[in-house]
Unconditional design. Structure first.
Length: 105
């Protein structure tokens, strides 16, 4: 599992060189958190083709992060860039909802 600050790097243009900036908020080693990490990595590798930065943040290590990020539940994936900001709650197993939310056809 990545620690806060770790990222998955790659190269490739996206709308003028933009990259997807994603933060995945999890709660320790809970099964739903582990599924969310695996599903997020798989989704990014298959659909964002190296044009992403994925940071995995364990809110159990610093509960203040949950408040500052305005989280209601974890796991939550936040697409910070490109705008608009989108939030996806759960284990991220519903690929079609992610594709729609990321506006990927």
């Amino acid at each position: 599992m990545n620690e806060p600050g770790d990222s998955q790097d790659g190269a490739g243009p996206l709308r003028g060189g933009d990259r997807y900036v994603l933060k995945l908020y999890i709660t320790g080693t809970a099964p739903s958190s582990q599924r969310a990490v695996a599903n997020a990595r798989k989704f990014c590798e298959e659909h964002l083709e190296g044009r992403f930065e994925l940071e995995v943040i364990d809110i159990l290590k610093d509960p203040k992060i949950a408040s500052s990020a305005q989280l209601i539940v974890a796991p939550t994936l936040v697409k910070e860039f490109p705008l608009p900001i989108r939030r996806f709650i759960g284990d991220l197993s519903q690929t079609e909802k992610l594709l729609a939310g990321f506006d990927i056809r």
